[in-house]
Design a protein around this ligand. Structure first.
Ligand SMILES: Cc1ncc(COP(=O)(O)O)c(C=O)c1O
Length: 452
């Protein structure tokens, strides 16, 4: 047996020091993690299991993605069956039925005005694809001078150069600041604790922040602006729910100036806030929206960009033998990802999961807001089955308190939560029960009560 054929270094006792060093972990404090790994090696339904067999309640749907719950049999079977019958097929200049079937199902789920879907392998690729579609669309319409992109502070739009350029999370940008896309500007974020702390659902204050777009239009001139991209609810930065009327105002201003409005629905897509897509819940219709994660419940890497009627048509000009859009990924519409997505959509439909967040929302909200008054809690906010607790930062040690809560939750309370800065974020699988909601907030309360 050569080295590579050794059995996994993952044993019930954990990982060997040699076995743990090779993996350069993404978005992780590698040294800290490797000193005391937080490992899961199996999953089912609402739970992960550690190598030594502890059952961990998943309050984050993995990474905002396992919306149908873990290892659901119909999805697992579809992937296994397809792996044995169509391992791969190109979608450049060839096709396979699953990709067409899935695109039709997705367009039906979105409903009008959406008519086409472009497949990618991740949310980051979906964002970069959406930005390229926007630029190319304007060029196809004779408005090639529209090259400016507007994102938003605190926005997370993945990690491609396009995504970090329009994104607004400083840590993700500053190292690469010399290499970001030119011609990008940002709207202000909508977070304001003085006005909106402890809001339940959409905060009342803040719609006027959308008027900042008019200021940017006045500064740059509408004729130079291709698109505005925002998350309907900012997720990764710590669940920032849009103020009432804010997205509608962005929509109006974009329409007025011929600017495409892109919603990044990589988190809000597929039932997270009570409708299949966030824009349906929030009542503002974008021109383009990006999805990934929940599209197949996180099982096989996949993303999809939805475009409204007219966008694809604008590209369909010139000789019929010519490629209309020079963009795509080897794995766009990969058969395994498509099969997983089709099976996932069946599960969502059969179990009513895409509207379940709306049914559970008030129970979820009450559970979250029961933590008001617990020490160090300075804000609680929620929409659908998303929620966040913001903690007072320790002087000179931003993030330390929430990190400690994350670690304690995992080791002492068998609970998986996410943290960013001093915010703890929740997005459980949509199959969660009321009893499990009680468990999440009960366990979290105990954690917070023990943290200085
Ligand atoms: C809104 C949003 N856009 C894009 C992405 C990037 O997705 P991925 O990590 O699949 O590239 C994420 C990931 O969390 C996201 O939340």
């Amino acid at each position: 047996m050569n080295d590579r054929a050794q059995p996994h270094t993952l044993t019930p006792e954990g990982l060997t020091p040699e076995g743990i060093s090779s993996f350069w972990m993404p978005f992780t404090a590698n040294r800290q993690f490797k000193a005391r790994p937080r490992l899961v090696s199996r999953a089912e339904g609402m739970y992960y299991y550690t190598p030594e067999g502890r059952q961990i309640l998943d309050a984050t749907a993995g990474l905002w993605c396992v919306n149908a719950g873990h290892c659901r049999k119909p999805i697992v079977d579809a992937i296994a069956q397809t792996a044995g019958s169509l391992d791969f097929a190109p979608t450049f200049q060839m096709g396979h039925p699953l990709a067409f079937e899935l695109s039709q199902r997705l367009v039906e789920l979105a409903g009008k005005p959406f008519s086409q879907v472009f497949f990618t392998n991740s949310g980051s690729e979906a964002v970069d694809s959406a930005l390229k579609i926007a630029l190319a669309y304007h060029r196809a319409n004779g408005q090639g001078q529209r090259t400016r992109l507007i994102g938003r502070e605190r926005g997370y739009n993945g990690v491609g150069f396009g995504g970090i350029s329009v994104g607004g999370i400083a840590a993700n940008r500053k190292i690469f600041s010399g290499a970001l896309l030119p011609s990008v500007d940002h709207l202000p974020h909508t977070h304001n604790l003085a006005k909106n702390a402890f809001s339940q659902g959409q905060p009342a204050w803040g719609a006027d922040l959308a008027d900042e777009l008019e200021r940017l239009v006045a500064l740059h001139d509408a004729s130079t602006i291709a698109a505005v991209i925002v998350e309907p609810v900012s997720g990764s930065t710590g669940v920032l729910v849009p103020p009432v009327g804010y997205l509608q105002r962005l929509r109006e201003i974009c329409t007025k100036h011929g600017i495409l409005l892109i919603f990044d629905e990589v988190i809000t897509g597929f039932g997270r806030i009570g409708e299949p897509f966030g824009w349906q819940r929030l009542g503002a219709v974008p021109d383009i929206f990006t999805t990934a994660k929940g599209i197949n419940s996180g099982t096989v890497p996949m993303g999809a960009v939805f475009t409204r009627e007219g966008i694809y048509d604008a590209f369909m000009q010139g000789p019929e033998t010519a490629i209309e859009f020079f963009h795509g990924y080897t794995y766009s519409g990969h058969p395994l990802a498509c099969a997983a997505a089709l099976a996932t959509l069946d599960v969502y439909r059969d179990e009513g999961l895409l509207t379940r967040a709306a049914e559970l929302e008030s129970y979820w909200q009450d559970g979250l807001h029961s933590l008001k008054g617990v020490r160090n809690v300075i804000d609680l906010r929620n929409l659908g089955l998303m929620g966040a607790i913001e903690l007072q930062s320790r002087p000179g040690a931003v993030g330390a308190r929430a990190f400690e809560a994350h670690v304690k939750a995992f080791f002492d309370e068998n609970l998986m939560v996410r943290y960013t800065g001093d915010i703890i974020a929740f997005s459980p699988p949509l199959i969660i029960t009321k009893a499990q909601i009680d468990e999440i907030f009960g366990r979290l309360r105990r954690v917070l009560e023990t943290i200085e």
